[in-house]
Design a protein around this ligand. Structure first.
Ligand code: ADP
Ligand code: MG
Length: 334
């Protein structure tokens, strides 16, 4: 169980505005009233699940999915929430759900259920961090796509020349761009670490038709996002999708193309095989590795500057991708 409730953080960031970019709905031009970081919610609705990041509730019209500010790295949830993280994840996922609707259906029913359900008055911290989603039977496969050789794929390749059972050409360097994006699925472990799966294993678990559908759709989504982001100065190294069944249809669920589910690099600082500045959790992973954490619970506490640096990276990537700017009023005034 997670320790209780709302954690007081300095009430720093308190308004949101959008840049004049097409496709950003007007309703995003609202004042945010969620200055404090939220570690856990306790709403008067039946709780369906508490994931590492999201609290999921049942409503008569679908699932109320609330992205909290919890941070997990190496599959361990940290004590320190990251202010604005949940709001960034929600706004960015909503933006991508709208961009990718032509490629595949998704679970998004409403991006402001907290308003429709009349929850805001009592729980103002919910604003901007909730969606209403169609309830799906989630497929037990994490659909990872990689265009670059990094993370666990790099480790598998270095040790065996294979990634998820597929041989890659010899002599590749870490973070090198691959000739074409590859599908590297993993298990969706209820607890602990996800394990690599071969395509044959995916077929065994969800059937051939579904396996081929999620493989093709995941690669198409990766290519679409990669090509959309490069002109914005962002390299999408790899990302993870979750799909679910609703009747005969397979749709995207959970979150998409966020800094929790993706590796984003700053294109200006990306040099083949060398380092690149990240807009994702790599910053936190680097910090906890630098202090020698063994990656077993409990996670270490995070210094204030690491928390602030993480908020900065998450809000920066939201602005770069979707043109949605979350303004820190204190900094603005100074
Ligand atoms: N439309 C949906 N229908 C059913 N379950 C969903 C849907 N969207 C997301 N979920 C599930 O809700 C949970 C969201 O919590 P999250 O913190 O993202 O989980 P995780 O710890 O797996 O990352 C996940 O288990 C996810 O699979
Ligand atoms: Mg998730």
């Amino acid at each position: 169980m997670l320790p209780s409730g709302r954690v007081d953080q300095p009430p720093k960031i308190d308004c949101i505005e959008t840049l004049p970019i097409p496709n950003v709905p007007d309703r995003l031009k609202i004042m945010s009233e969620s200055p404090a970081a939220i570690r856990e919610t306790a709403l008067p609705l039946p709780l369906v699940a508490r994931g590492k990041v999201r609290d999921v509730y049942e409503t008569p019209n679908g699932l109320l999915i609330v992205a909290t500010d919890r941070l997990s790295a190496f599959d361990v949830v940290f004590d320190d929430p990251i202010p604005l993280k949940g709001e960034v994840l929600t706004r960015l996922s909503v933006w991508w759900f709208e961009q990718t609707r032509g490629l595949v259906g998704n679970h998004l029913v409403s991006d402001h259920p907290e308003v429709d359900l009349g929850l805001l008055q009592k729980f103002p911290e919910l604003r901007g961090r909730c969606i209403l989603g169609r309830r799906a039977e989630v497929l037990p496969v994490e659909c990872v796509v990689r265009g670059y050789l990094e993370g666990s794929a790099w480790v598998q390749y270095r040790d065996s020349g294979l990634v998820c059972g597929v041989p890659l050409p010899p002599g590749l360097r870490r973070r090198q761009r691959l000739d074409h994006p590859i599908f590297t699925p993993t298990t969706k472990a209820a607890a602990g670490h996800d394990l690599p799966m071969t395509f044959a294993e995916v077929v065994e678990v969800i059937g051939l038709e579904a396996a081929e559908f999620v493989r093709k759709t995941s690669v198409d989504l990766y290519r679409f996002a990669h090509d959309l982001l490069l002109p914005k100065g962002i390299v999408l190294s790899d990302t993870k999708f979750e799909f679910g069944r609703v009747g005969d249809e397979i749709i995207l669920v959970d979150e998409i193309l966020t800094p929790d589910s993706s590796r984003f690099w700053e294109a200006d600082t990306y040099v083949d095989g060398a380092d690149a500045r990240s807009f994702d959790k790599q910053y936190v992973r680097d910090y906890v590795e630098s202090i020698g954490w063994d990656k077993r619970p409990p996670a270490p506490r995070l210094p204030r500057e690491v928390i602030q640096g993480t908020t900065r990276r998450y809000t920066e990537i939201l602005e770069l991708i979707a043109g949605i700017k979350i303004v820190n009023r204190e900094e603005d005034v100074s």
